[in-house]
Design a protein around this ligand. Structure first.
Ligand SMILES: [Zn+2]
Length: 300
């Protein structure tokens, strides 16, 4: 009985000891694993921190590179803008040259006689004929049985003026283009009828603006062929106020020093020049020829 108790104690002690040892070993193992996991965690932390530093450094490098690229971009943009400015300048220079060439071409093709003043020292050649002539619509002509011709390029301006006058002060063309030969025979007839007195109202051939094809003698339906009294009509007053809008001027106004007063005689010189003459209250023959010539390019 005593032995059994002793054996039982021994077994109990052994079991306890084994359990204690097992517990101790278990605890040690857990502790060791914990210790290992802490080490691993630290290593991982260090690695992460290293990676973080590396990425931060990389980001800093990229930012620096980006900054440089931005600076380069600004530089490139500036270069681009300056190149574009150069191109624009070049383009405008080409346009200016094109414009000048256009102006010169137009000038070379425009009849210089159209804006000439006619005097004893400057007159038209007997072979002169206008570039283009067309028949004036008979509804604008006093004597319907006689065809009247006018310069083709100036004709639309004549039509506009005749139409504008129609409602209040209707006008009719008595005479328009006259050739050198026609002017010569007209003058000869006048000389037979009026003697040397005809010199006052009919120009010698070569000196008449009618040979240009851009000049008309006007009357009214009421006045008809008696156009020498044209300046007593309201149509004449209307022309003085409005003809310039269509490019027409009175060549020989009252008290001019060039030729007899011809209120019926109107010459096309282009809207720019007629407007200038109207606004400055000057007459065509009072301007220097050099100044008149500067309007040739804008006559049509
Ligand atoms: Zn005339």
């Amino acid at each position: 009985m005593e032995n059994e108790k002793t054996n039982f104690r021994i077994i109990f002690i052994v079991i306890n000891t084994v359990v204690l040892i097992a517990l101790f070993l278990g605890a040690s193992y857990v502790g060791y694993q914990y210790y290992l996991s802490q080490i691993n965690l630290n290593i991982a932390k260090q690695e992460l921190s290293g990676a973080k530093k590396m990425y931060q450094a990389k980001i800093a490098l990229l930012e620096t590179a980006l900054g440089q690229k931005n600076i380069e971009n600004v530089g490139l943009n500036q270069t681009l803008t300056s190149e574009q400015n150069k191109n624009n300048l070049f383009e405008s220079q080409i346009q200016a040259i094109g414009g000048t060439v256009g102006t010169l071409t137009k000038l070379s093709q425009t009849d210089k006689e159209l804006l000439q003043k006619y005097s004893k020292v400057y007159f038209l050649n007997e072979n002169y004929i206008p570039q283009n002539l067309m028949v004036i619509n008979p509804s604008y002509v006093y004597n319907k049985s006689k065809l009247q011709q006018f310069h083709t390029s100036a004709y639309p301006y004549l039509v506009q003026m005749m139409e504008a006058a129609t409602s209040t002060n209707p006008l009719l063309v008595i005479s328009a283009y006259r050739s050198f030969g026609e002017q010569a025979s007209l003058k000869a007839n006048y000389l037979v009828t009026y003697g040397t007195g005809a010199n006052k109202f009919s120009a010698d051939q070569g000196f008449s603006e009618h040979e240009l094809g851009t000049t008309v003698d006007l009357t009214t339906p009421k006045l008809g062929a008696g156009f020498t009294k044209f300046d007593t009509t309201t149509a004449y007053a209307w022309l003085n106020e409005n003809a310039y809008k269509y490019g027409f001027i009175i060549s020989y106004p009252k008290q001019n020093t060039y030729f007899q007063y011809e209120p019926w005689h109107w010459r096309f010189v282009g809207i720019e020049l007629s407007a200038k003459l109207h606004s400055s209250n000057q007459f065509f023959y009072d301007l220097p020829q050099r100044e008149i010539d500067s309007y040739l390019v804008s006559i049509f």
